[in-house]
Design a protein around this ligand. Structure first.
Ligand code: SAH
Length: 392
């Protein structure tokens, strides 16, 4: 069932809840709710106890995050409203030199719990809250008007939907998105897999970092660990003599091989291995690389697992630093939300000390600009990385 965009129900929040919106954070938690309809999710109007209007929000009665701010105004939140917001977000992406990129990054673009990625003429979106799911038709209509895609696929299989009491499903919402879509990314071509690939089919958040690393790659040997379908390896292969691309997933590597062929690259070796084991072996054999990329999955899935995760991060970073040839470059990152930027850089400093190498910090990076982080909403940031050069 879907609602129209007119908020007919009201939620009353505490002064602390109101203060969060005032401070630019779009979420109000269960503990800051005074009165709520409690029945169905959807769009609600929000007031403080004396009745002052605070705005309109997506309401999720089963979630700890009860309210997500859409607007401080009273305007109808209909298909036209979604269309305008999506158009504005798309306008902020003008000039991106790739055919696949994020058009709407949820909270970061003022559209909480809504992710919209473009893959050429197709759109792959995620509706990540119960309130948003309820207005699905208006959102789809808005996307259609704003982006005129050939088809829209909903990758509503992200685990966080469980917190909202929503099913995990992949839904063809408009037309049919093909199994693979060829993407052009700053001169490199790769195949994304919208139905089955990670996230919405590719790791779009690393796009700018891949270009950065490509521009710093040396002409000798390169190592891309946790390569997935080879996105970094492809950018490295343009400059490096040989690239060793490593992943534990045979399926991902199979797509990597296809991607290499698509670009006519014959200088990438695809190896199925555990990166931890392989790093140990490479170090024991005293191998050296001009360029190393470390893009592991999130080692810390919860706060409690941070200490153990840091041990893992330090191990791979220390070994990678030791593998660098003189003048070699290391790109390293973490997408663990629970590992803050400060903690990540402390770990890197620690690894650098133990490595005995002198490492220059060439760049401190986050996710690409199409995945904007809000400075006052820490929950919108997760990816941090560094580009380092071993001086000698
Ligand atoms: N660099 C990629 C994204 C990497 S995602 C890009 O830019 O597109 C992380 C990858 O690490 C996944 O493909 C996963 O299969 C792989 N992986 C997870 N654990 C691993 C391990 N221990 N050794 C090697 N690969 C691993």
């Amino acid at each position: 069932m879907t609602d129209s965009g007119i908020a007919t129900r009201a939620v009353i929040v505490s002064a602390r809840g109101a203060a969060r919106w005032q401070a630019g954070h779009p979420w109000i938690y269960r503990t800051d709710i005074y009165d709520e309809p409690g029945d169905a999710p959807g769009i609600v109007s929000v007031t403080e106890r004396r009745g002052r209007h605070l705005g309109q929000a997506l309401y999720s009665p089963a979630s700890e995050i009860r309210l997500r701010l859409l607007t401080h105004g009273r305007e109808p939140i209909d298909a036209a409203w979604w269309g305008e917001r999506v158009s504005a977000a798309a306008a902020r992406r003008a000039g991106i030199a790739a055919t696949a990129y994020r058009v709407v990054h949820a909270e970061g673009d003022g559209l909480p719990s809504l992710v919209i990625d473009r893959y050429g003429p197709y759109v792959v979106a995620q509706l990540l809250s119960a309130g948003l799911e309820r207005v699905r038709e208006d959102v789809l209509e808005g996307i259609t008007v704003a982006l005129t895609p050939e088809a829209i696929l909903l990758r509503n299989d992200a685990a966080i939907r469980r917190h909202e009491g929503l099913p995990l499903e992949v839904v063809a919402a408009r037309g049919s998105v093909p199994d693979t879509v060829a993407v052009e990314e700053h001169g490199v071509r790769y195949l994304a897999a919208p139905h089955t690939g990670q996230k919405t089919g590719a790791f779009l958040d690393q796009r700018e970092n891949r270009v950065l690393v490509g521009a710093h790659a040396g002409s000798g040997r390169a190592l891309d660990l946790f390569t997935y379908h080879g996105s970094f390896a492809l950018h490295l292969a343009r400059r490096a003599r040989d690239v060793l691309a490593v992943d534990s997933s045979a399926d991902a590597l199979a797509r990597g091989r296809e991607n290499a062929a698509l670009n006519g690259f014959a200088n990438i070796t695809w190896q199925e291995a555990n990166a931890f084991d392989l790093l140990r072996e490479l170090e024991a054999r005293e191998e050296a690389f001009d360029t190393v990329v470390l893009d592991p999955p999130a080692f810390a899935k919860s706060k409690q697992s941070v200490p153990r995760a840091l041990g893992g991060y330090k191990e791979i970073n220390l070994r990678a630093m030791r593998l660098l040839s003189a003048g070699g470059v290391l790109f390293t990152c973490s997408c663990s939300y629970h590992v803050s930027r400060a903690v990540f850089f402390d770990m890197l400093a620690d690894a650098a000390r133990d490595s005995g190498r002198r490492l220059q910090l060439l760049a401190v990076v986050g996710a690409s600009g199409d995945h904007p982080e809000l400075v006052n909403v820490p929950e919108t940031g997760y990816l941090k990385g560094a580009l380092l050069r071993a001086v000698d």
